[in-house]
Design a protein around this ligand. Sequence first.
Ligand SMILES: [Zn+2]
Length: 73
Amino acid sequence: MTCPRCGASSPRIDYEGTEGGSVVWRVLFCQTCHYTWRSNEPAQTIDAAARDHFFDIDTSALDGLPIVLPPRD
Ligand SMILES: [Zn+2]
């Protein structure tokens, strides 16, 4: 599985929703661009091929992105 926003591989599984002992959805976190998504969201949100490429991130330029919320001290 890859991140739908930046294409990085191996997102971290933050949570698994279960039903009857089986995993039915997951919350995934990209450790490269920090995008978080649920595995059962619509394709327009989580499928890189179906997403609007306006929202893609070039991981070679992460340091040039503005900081919207500065980190806490
Ligand atoms: Zn990512």
